[in-house]
Design a protein. Structure first.
Length: 476
């Protein structure tokens, strides 16, 4: 082949394709960068934080930070593994502090443990007295909200502490100290408020879990809860805490905004190929898609109800070996947000139902009759709490059954089944699988029927004995 023909061949089959590919890459890169800059500008114009450092506030001194006494309380929890297992309900039918089946011997051991936790309880009371909380490294060590490694361990510690508070409330109630029971629930809710100082989605879900546990615990104690004059203020505060949840909804919006900022901070440099000049437009396009997805979830997060109409419609993400290496799974981002929203809506139903039932209990004890209609509770509730799953601003449903008040939400299907219970009703972990989310008398009766069925089953172990020695928790 002559030199002239070789040059022509190289120009036609090598240099020309390379030039075309280079031009395509330059145009692609320009367009991807332009879209990314436009997305940043649009989000800034809407006031959406684009960097996690925007969530950093001036460091709150430890003496004013409610997180500091909580960390001290965790440090004072010097429990053996066996004691932790007992509080956690290991091998006792349920891990929920209001459902665990304890024997009289277990109760006596719990009383001994709680008697030795006076310093821990005192630390939590000190935290309750402080109006501000901040999750920072000065207080939480290396587990500040900007880190990743040990933060989850701190969350687990706070969850365990809240669990112990609800269990202490149960033991106080069983020995007739209903004031102590109400105070323990207040302590648990205080821990949830302090967890809200962490803006991450994981921190928010932890706070939601603590609140839900306190709400369910309160409902289990309501049947024979005695609220005398000295305890009325505490009961009224719990009604307000469970029923007026604007701060909880604001915490969810903040958590979603933090996730957007986290994606903005981390995704452009995440992975070995992301900084490659050739693949950079692919990463920029992915960042745009994820930020648009994050931003499109904010209206749904701010909505007082779980409304699927507000959820974005996600187009399928590209697949293939290259995409799998550089593109985070958009479907996974969407699923984590949807899961957080469902958990939040479930919690709001749990908490608002608790507010109604506690208000009904206060009404019954003060008026010496049960409320026939939720409108009779106006002196106890600021307003009838909305059903977080019902469209159109509909309140939670209320009726008076022969055994007491029943409250229900229409649940995730959005259809009112009039508080109907099916599908293994009475199993606590199956509450969210029911047509409606049912609370109060109807659910308590379902629990009793389920327990009777279990006890009657061949080979069923005998009923656990509750009650026992009174706790020796320090009085307030």
């Amino acid at each position: 082949m002559s030199r002239q023909r070789l040059v022509a061949f190289a120009t036609r089959y090598v240099l020309a394709p390379v030039a075309v590919l280079l031009a395509v890459r330059l145009i692609w890169g320009y367009e991807a960068a332009r879209q990314l800059d436009a997305t940043y500008a649009e989000l800034r114009a809407e006031g959406v934080p684009l960097e996690t450092k925007a969530f950093l506030e001036p460091v709150l001194p430890a003496e004013r930070n409610a997180l500091a006494p909580v960390m001290a309380a965790i440090g004072h929890l010097r429990l053996t593994e066996e004691e932790r297992d007992l509080i956690g309900g290991a091998g006792r039918g349920s891990s929920m502090p209001y459902e665990t089946q304890y024997t009289a011997a277990d109760d006596a051991e719990l009383d001994r443990i709680f008697a030795g936790m006076g310093q821990t309880f005192g630390d939590v009371d000190r935290a309750m007295a402080l109006p501000e909380a901040q999750w920072n490294t000065e207080v939480a060590g290396s587990e500040g909200f900007g880190s990743s490694g040990g933060r989850e361990a701190r969350y687990d510690d706070v969850r365990f502490l809240a669990h112990a508070m609800v269990l202490a409330g149960r033991r106080a109630h069983e020995r007739g100290d209903d004031g102590g029971c109400l105070h323990a629930l207040e302590e648990s809710l205080a821990l949830a408020r302090i967890m809200d100082a962490d803006p991450t989605l994981f921190g928010h879900e932890t706070a939601i879990g603590i609140r839900t546990q306190a709400a369910m615990g309160a409902q289990r104690f309501l049947g024979d809860l005695r609220i005398d004059g000295s305890d009325r203020a505490a009961a009224a505060e719990l009604v307000k805490e469970f029923g007026e949840d604007r701060a909880v909804q604001q915490a969810q919006v903040r958590a979603f905004q933090y996730e957007l900022a986290y994606h903005r901070d981390s995704l452009p440099t995440e992975g070995p190929l992301c900084s490659s000049w050739l693949l950079r437009p692919l990463m920029d396009t992915t960042v745009v898609r994820i930020l648009e997805l994050d931003a499109s979830m904010l209206p749904a997060a701010a909505s007082p109800i779980y409304d699927t109409r507000l959820l974005p419609k996600l187009t399928p993400a590209p697949t293939g070996a290259l995409s799998d290496m550089v593109l985070p799974p958009l479907n996974g981002v969407m699923e984590s947000f949807e899961r957080a929203m469902i958990l939040q809506a479930r919690h709001l139903a749990d908490a608002r139902a608790t507010a109604v039932l506690l208000a009904a209990r206060m009404y019954e004890q003060e008026q010496h009759r049960e409320a026939q209609d939720v409108r009779e509770l106006r002196g106890y509730l600021a307003a009838a709490p909305l059903d977080p799953f019902a469209k159109g601003g509909v309140a939670l449903h209320y009726r008076l059954d022969p055994t007491g008040p029943t409250v229900w939400s229409v649940g995730e299907n959005g259809v009112d089944d009039h508080g109907r219970l099916t599908r293994s009703a009475g199993r606590v972990r199956m509450r969210y699988g029911q047509p409606d989310l049912v609370y109060g008398a109807a659910w308590t009766e379902a629990l009793k029927r389920a327990a009777a069925t279990r006890d009657a089953a061949p080979g069923a172990r005998g009923k656990a004995v509750t009650g026992g020695a009174a706790t020796t928790r320090p009085s307030r």
